[in-house]
Design a protein around this ligand. Structure first.
Ligand SMILES: Cc1cn([C@H]2C[C@H](O)[C@@H](COP(=O)(O)OP(=O)(O)OP(=O)(O)O)O2)c(=O)[nH]c1=O
Length: 209
């Protein structure tokens, strides 16, 4: 890809990388940011996602500025937050956290917000916040325990991963699916394209889909 500007994904999430690849973008480097993701007291879901995506981009920019190979790269970060009303659900790392999330989500609507931050080669910051509404079926205690056993909830916002078993919990989804998995592809490619990053789909379908 001669002449293409450099691209850095400020994320350690394999889902984000694979979504990006799905849109035809292969990052030149990964710069996961180690930021404290605890919501502030009383912080609303949108504000939290925006703040954390921005913090991840800030951290990645600092590392890119020190790297001769990557200076002037496009940098993309994202943060996904699952919320019921104003309440932000944790990124589940413990069984109890995940079970509590699933009990809360059972038979109800919730919202998934992903904020993306793009740093342009001129170091301008661009941000988008995308919202998807999701309704889960009623989950029995057996459903919840079986799901906990799968381990798929580990490290996921809201204690579930829609791209796996939990896909069958979804009664209704309004908005972007890729947004729920962690990177809204329409908004990401539109933002990048608008800032002059070449989005090309020509080489896709190498996987024979
Ligand atoms: C709701 C939901 C979240 N997730 C994931 C996406 C994110 O990886 C994670 C939310 O945590 P994030 O803090 O957004 O991302 P991360 O810490 O995994 O990665 P990084 O900060 O390095 O970019 O939850 C799914 O994979 N599927 C889902 O259905």
């Amino acid at each position: 890809m001669l002449g293409r500007p450099k691209f850095v994904l400020a994320s350690g999430s394999p889902r984000r990388l694979s979504l990006l690849n799905q849109a035809g973008i292969e990052p030149d480097a990964l710069r996961p940011a180690d930021v404290d993701e605890t919501p502030k007291r009383g912080e609303l879901p949108r504000a939290c996602a925006n703040r954390l995506a921005r913090a991840k981009a800030d951290a990645a920019l600092k590392s890119v500025q020190l790297d001769d190979e990557l200076r002037g790269a496009f940098i993309l970060s994202a943060d996904t937050v699952v919320a019921v009303g104003r309440r932000i659900l944790p990124k589940a790392n413990l069984v109890d956290e995940a079970a509590q999330c699933l009990r809360l989500l059972s038979g109800r609507n919730h919202r998934v917000y992903t904020a993306i931050t793009l740093v342009t080669p001129r170091e301008a910051f661009r941000q988008r916040l995308v919202e998807t509404r999701v309704r889960f079926k009623r989950l029995s205690e057996d459903d919840i325990q079986a799901y906990i056993g799968s381990g798929e909830w580990r490290g996921k916002a809201g204690g579930y991963a829609v791209q796996g078993i939990a896909g069958s919990f979804v009664v209704k989804m309004v908005g972007s699916y890729s947004n729920v998995v962690g990177l809204p592809l329409y908004e990401t490619t539109t933002l990048l394209g608008g800032e002059g990053f070449p989005i090309r789909f020509g080489w896709l379908n190498a996987a024979g889909i």
